[in-house]
Write a protein that binds this ligand. Structure first.
Ligand SMILES: [Zn+2]
Length: 277
């Protein structure tokens, strides 16, 4: 797979022909002989482009997303959903594809004005879709979420939702609702999902998470009182786990894992790992 060191999400007006091109059809990205990124000639070869969008700069070269009308079946060509690539591509590539997926879904679901129903058009000077009739502008939206590792000395609270694979546990998370601060959302979510109170909330860092468009705000919070009562339908199991006997937990590169690793590092007096991209 091609390697690059840095992706910068930005609107670039640069149209040099030597940049990167990502090919997407519906929910899948194209790979050719194991490579995700295609040169512009490859993009043309893949057929009709539904539209093209500037994503940003990869190592100072422009990167375009090209959405194609058909999912071609050619020797060496394969198609992959983003979730299936998690853990199989490096962090920079995952972040790039996450940006591409979020902007593609935004574009796809804002073709018409939400106010008057007329078609919209992409603005070239900012990341916006504008109504050709009433001028209403629609911008990509992020959904802020809290994600929290609740701690109690050498124990941490990890829970599983009914749709997790067997034996897999993670930190608690939930969307911030209108009118709430991140801290209020955190206390409410922890109370709703496991029925306990927390104190000493500490914000550690954030991660953009493209399923579908979340901004995860990562916290530690200390147990303050109550017994674990899993929320029916949401939480199948929740337990205190000693840090030396953790169950299957999220992979490296996720903020959930990072919150756990940071706590383990603190307990053992080690430096905390850097926040994942
Ligand atoms: Zn309109």
């Amino acid at each position: 797979m091609q390697k690059f060191t840095r992706f910068t999400a930005s609107l670039s007006t640069e149209t040099r022909g030597d940049g990167w091109v990502l090919i997407r059809h519906e929910q899948s990205f194209a790979m050719y002989q194991g490579n995700l990124l295609h040169d512009p000639d490859m993009a043309r070869y893949l057929g009709d482009a539904e539209y093209q969008m500037t994503l940003g700069l990869i190592d100072d070269k422009p990167c375009q997303l090209v959405r194609v009308r058909e999912q071609l079946d050619l020797p060496g060509l394969s198609w992959h959903g983003l979730r299936g690539l998690l853990g199989h591509v490096d962090d920079s590539t995952f972040r790039l594809l996450g940006v591409a997926q979020q902007l593609d879904i935004w574009h796809d679901t804002h073709r018409f004005c939400g106010r008057c129903g007329q078609p919209t058009q992409v603005r070239l000077d900012e990341r916006a879709m504008e109504c050709s009739a009433c001028g209403n502008r629609q911008y990509p939206k992020l959904a802020p979420c809290i994600i929290v590792l609740v701690t109690r000395g050498e124990e941490v609270l990890l829970a599983r939702s009914p749709n997790f694979r067997s034996g897999f546990f993670s930190t608690l998370a939930g969307f911030i609702e209108p009118g709430e601060s991140a801290e209020e959302a955190l206390r409410r979510e922890v109370m709703e999902e496991v029925g306990i109170e927390v104190e000493q909330l500490e914000y550690l860092g954030s991660q953009n998470w493209p399923f579908p468009n979340s901004l995860m705000l990562g916290f530690h919070a200390r147990y303050a009182g109550g017994e674990i009562v899993p929320q029916p339908g949401e939480i199948e199991e929740a337990h205190w786990w000693h840090v030396d006997q953790l169950p299957a937990i999220p992979p490296e590169g996720t903020i959930s894992r990072w919150l756990i690793d940071c706590y383990l590092a603190r307990l053992s007096g080690q430096p905390e790992p850097p926040v994942p991209a």
